[in-house]
Design a protein around this ligand. Structure first.
Ligand code: ADP
Ligand code: ZN
Ligand code: MG
Length: 492
């Protein structure tokens, strides 16, 4: 390194292009582990959810969990992968205290799924397709606990409850060109897994873990640069921060005459930096070989077809349908597919209403706000989607005004329907000409000055008079009708 470091200015950054590929581990939401009947429950006392199989004791034999395979196939299909009829389990050997077997059971040259893709939308609205190289099954290792014990200074403890937890690893092509694309890819992948309910994808609990492979090259270069693999990215925000840091670090190394080393780096969220952990030279040689204790995994056409048929409608198709069928704007279609629960809620409300766009606005606006204020999830909404749809219909048909609807909405929090509240409180919009004419005549008689002004050409005063009628009817008059009737009377 030269004595004076070259500073990485925006101009220098702009000369380079970043290349990113992600490796994502998704914990499948089965009740039991992948090769034994131990529970996968989170938070059990250390080393209680274990048995000879997941502890790797001699003579114990793994038995593949059928539900794990179904979830994995669903996940692979959601990522548009081809699902292999025959995939092979392989041992990935390495020595680590949290791995009592001495190997992970994974898949190597014949993974469950291959050749998939995820479509993302970039910040400028353009779409981009990111290739998914492979999706394979594997079992998780245990956890080393370095902190939190009286003698943590001296000892590290291991909790083996997580050993044998089912995972799929999803490897992308190196096709992302910046932290924004990586962020979009991981959010969409997470959403797809959540929609098929194969995982809770809770990043805080480690149900979804992501490693980022990052390299840089001069713009226009065709060969890939040397990559660093960044680990410990347990939130979407950290993924973005770590990639941005790493890109700038690598450009700094090159601009200062150095070479990027192939290595594994750890992200430190407190410092916002990545720190070298081990170089490729020290990295593992996994000595993969076929797992002798498990048969090849065969997924018959018939089984595959059954799983295909069980797939829910996924966000890309749902967004498209929301736009085409309900006339939503793309932005709103995105918001309303942010979770499966939100999109199911909206769909029911839209079907129960005669104005899907208005239903969308109520779900994204008043309902979202009220749920947030009450600390509730949409699945716990005291207002059922059918009740919300009914409220929207009352407005669309002109039976209540938008203003009255805003007053009815909070009352519906008790679970009462809009119809019941309107009936009980007599809130129906007055569209009966006779009834309105009576009120209008009273207003005209009570405001001679304004009537005079109107007749002498100050027609803006009509607004004031309409307001008086609305006030007299507690907002229940149909404003358009009031305006017409009033003008007819004053003009005459
Ligand atoms: P390894 O042999 O180190 O495991 P792989 O070729 O299997 O590397 O790729 C692992 C991940 O790294 C994939 O997601 C891939 O897209 C990504 N990747 C590979 N080469 C690069 C590179 N030069 N820059 C960025 N990412 C890369
Ligand atoms: Zn077990
Ligand atoms: Mg690899």
């Amino acid at each position: 390194m030269p004595a004076v470091e070259v500073e990485v200015t925006p101009e220098i950054l702009a000369k380079y292009e970043a290349v990113i590929g992600l490796e994502v581990h998704v914990q499948l939401a089965t009740r039991t582990k992948i090769f034994c009947a131990c529970p996968t429950s989170f938070g059990a006392p250390p080393n209680t959810n274990v048995c000879p199989v997941c502890l790797g004791q001699p003579g114990a034999l793994p038995v593949l969990n059928r539900q794990v395979v179904e979830f994995a196939v669903q996940g692979a299909l959601a990522l548009n992968c081809e699902v292999r009829e025959e995939s092979i389990f392989a041992r990935k050997n390495y020595f680590y205290p949290d791995l009592p077997k001495g190997y992970q059971i994974s898949q190597y040259d014949k993974p469950l799924g291959e050749h998939g893709f995820v479509d993302i939308v970039l910040e400028d609205g353009t779409a981009k397709r990111i290739g998914v190289t492979r999706v394979h099954l594997e079992d998780d290792a245990g956890k080393s606990m370095h902190e939190g014990f009286r003698d943590s200074e001296k000892y590290t403890y291991v909790d083996l409850n997580r050993c044998g937890t089912p995972l799929i690893e999803i490897v992308s092509e190196p096709e992302m060109r910046g932290s924004g694309e990586a962020y979009a890819y991981l959010s969409e992948l997470k959403l797809l897994m959540e929609f098929c309910q194969v995982s809770t994808c809770d990043m805080e609990k480690g149900h979804l873990r992501c490693d980022a492979n990052v390299s840089v090259r001069l713009r226009g270069a065709t060969e890939l640069g040397t990559k660093a693999e960044v680990k410990n990215l347990n939130s979407l925000r950290f993924l973005k921060q770590a990639i941005d840091y790493e890109i700038e670090r690598q450009i700094g190394v090159i601009e200062n005459g150095g070479r990027v080393m192939q290595e594994t780096r750890l992200y430190n969220p407190n410092l916002g930096e990545t720190i070298g952990m081990r170089s490729k030279e020290q990295a593992h040689d996994y000595r993969y070989f076929p797992e002798p204790d498990l048969l090849p995994l065969r997924i018959s056409n018939e089984w595959r077809e059954r799983i295909v048929a069980s797939m829910p409608e996924l966000p890309p198709a749902r967004r498209k349908r929301f736009i085409e069928v309900y006339g939503l704007r793309p932005y709103d279609a995105n918001v309303l597919t942010a979770t499966r629960e939100i999109s199911d809620y909206f769909e029911r409300a839209a079907k129960a209403s005669s104005d899907p766009k208005a239903a969308a606005n109520w779900v994204m606006g008043d309902l979202a706000g009220a749920l947030k204020a009450d600390g509730k999830e949409i699945t716990e909404s005291p207002i059922s989607p059918e009740n919300l749809g009914e409220l929207v219909t009352f407005i669309a048909k002109g039976e209540i005004s938008g203003k009255i609807a805003k007053e009815i909405f909070p009352k519906m929090w008790s679970g009462e329907s809009a119809a019941a509240i309107i009936e009980r409180e007599g809130l129906k919009q007055i569209s009966d000409t006779g009834a309105l004419e009576k009120v209008i005549e009273d207003v005209i008689a009570a405001n001679p000055k304004q009537v005079e002004q109107y007749r002498s050409g100050k027609i803006a005063v009509a607004g004031f008079l309409v307001g008086q009628v609305m006030k007299a009817t507690r907002g229940q008059a149909n404003p358009a009708m009031v305006s017409d009737l009033l003008k007819a009377k004053l003009g005459g």
